[in-house]
Design a protein around this ligand. Structure first.
Ligand SMILES: [Zn+2]
Length: 251
């Protein structure tokens, strides 16, 4: 059965036990990393997933806490003899900058580098990213400072649906992405421009009629709050969980 593993659950300021938000979708044929802060190699090992199985990388937006690990990921894969092609998906805004970043590392001269294919997606709603026989992934432009995508992940086999808000203010696109989802994974950075509070995450889960809510991208360490779940419950009657690093959800 496919599963989603939280490799990190913190907002932009990571804590000792909470890496920046990123997650891994593990299927039988495809392994998809969703965002890439810092260096994910050790996190793959701790999650028990073979680093070399990585087939796809989805980059939600070009902020450092979501993409800073891309050069390190590509170099680590290369040094470990990765051979299979890696597909990197994102909005044009993101992919243009990732290519530019890699050019600064002169990666065109890294010998015997494995094939990397870039997919530039239009900034629209419910844009298909992946339509494999295991799962289907759709992206929608949400409301953050720069072009940012939320995701809807549907298992073809089980029919289960996971939705991920990514970094966003409350917006209709998240409600649409999460319509009838089994799980809505929603950010809870706080009621700041470009972000949402736990209360607003609860509101989104209620409006989308999602069956459960996981809070992610929340303040940790010295900024941690222990009232996030209670705040979300003020707006939403279903089960609410604070996502933690290495927690896994069946898809
Ligand atoms: Zn961001």
């Amino acid at each position: 059965m496919a599963k989603l593993v939280f490799l990190g659950t913190s907002n932009a300021i990571s804590g000792e036990d909470h890496e920046n938000t990123h997650m891994l979708l593990v299927g039988e044929k495809r392994t998809v990393l969703i965002d890439c802060p810092n260096s994910p190699f050790l996190r793959f090992q701790k999650a028990g997933v073979d680093f070399n199985r990585l087939s796809d990388l989805i980059l939600t937006h070009f902020h450092p806490d979501h993409v800073s690990g891309v050069p390190q990921l590509l170099m680590n894969l290369w040094l470990m003899g990765h051979r299979q092609p890696l597909n990197i998906h994102g909005f044009k805004f993101t992919i243009d900058r990732i290519e530019h970043l890699m050019d600064l590392y002169v990666w065109s001269e890294w010998p015997d580098f494995f094939p990397v294919k870039f997919f530039r997606l239009p900034e629209q709603v419910l844009v298909p990213i992946l339509d494999a026989d295991e799962f289907r992934i759709l992206a929608s432009l949400v409301q953050h400072y720069i072009p940012t995508m939320g995701l809807r992940i549907e298992s073809i086999r089980s029919g289960r649906i996971l939705a991920y808000s990514c970094d966003t203010e409350p917006c209709a696109q998240v409600i649409e992405l999460a319509k009838g989802a089994d799980v809505l994974i929603h950010e809870a950075s706080g009621a700041l421009p470009g972000h949402s509070s736990a209360l607003q995450a609860g509101q989104a889960a209620r409006l989308a009629e999602a069956r459960s809510l996981y809070l992610i991208h929340y303040p940790t360490g010295q900024f941690a709050s222990d009232s996030l779940v209670a705040e979300a419950r003020q707006q939403y009657d279903g089960p609410v969980t604070l996502a933690e690093d290495y927690m896994a959800l069946d898809l």
